[in-house]
Design a protein around this ligand. Structure first.
Ligand code: FAD
Length: 161
């Protein structure tokens, strides 16, 4: 049996630098968003991606009902949105979304990756959602990064050499 404590596990996972996404979907026209960095590309043919959502997140139930979601890859200018959709801001804010059909997308993201749920797999206290990509929009810009539990950006870590 593994008796490793949660903090050690979290700290080790935090050594993996990632970008930051906001997952969006809409149920009966009402938009829900949730910050997530557990995102990866899975397959080219068919085009599949994966996200992992905690069992306690409200987003879990909502995606089960909508059967679709968008992965919005955040730019370094969108840290406030990451904090908002992670529940880290005290004050609620009104966010304006763009729409692609019935799918809400976050404007000014580096990429909007629209997906239909292709498969799900419960793994411990998270559910893995494999999404089949149906549409993609992209913009130029630098990414918001997350490393050791903190937001970072490329410029502050640029290698002078
Ligand atoms: P809520 O807590 O209900 O919503 C989150 C926040 O978004 C609330 O403050 C809500 O008011 C706001 N919000 C939602 N919709 C709208 C809207 N339409 N307009 C304005 N505000 C809105 N958790 C995971 O499960 N998987 C991950 O991969 C993951 N990665 C993370 C990465 C980072 C960098 C951070 C900071 C957090 C991450 N989390 C992850 C944690 C996750 O973002 C939070 O636990 C989140 O609060 C859970 O969301 P929820 O669905 O329960 O929604």
């Amino acid at each position: 049996m593994c008796n490793m404590d949660d903090r050690t596990f979290r700290n080790a996972m935090g050594k993996f630098a990632t970008g930051v996404t906001v997952i969006t979907t809409a149920l009966n026209g009402e938009v829900r968003g949730m910050t997530a960095n557990a995102f990866m590309s899975v397959s080219l043919d068919p085009k599949l991606i994966l996200i992992s959502i905690g069992e306690k997140a409200k987003m879990n139930e909502i995606i089960k009902q909508t059967g679709k979601f968008t992965v919005n890859i955040l730019s370094e200018e969108q840290q406030d949105l990451s904090m908002l959709f992670a529940g880290q801001l005290k004050e609620k804010q009104n966010v304006t979304f763009d729409w692609v059909g019935d799918q809400p997308v976050l404007p000014n993201s580096l990429a909007n990756i629209l997906c239909d749920v292709y498969n799900t797999h419960v793994a411990g206290d998270h559910t893995l959602y494999i999404g089949k990509v149906t549409d993609i929009y992209m913009k130029d810009g630098d990414p918001l990064l997350f490393f050791e539990g903190k937001y970072r950006n490329l410029a502050s870590h640029a290698n002078a050499g």
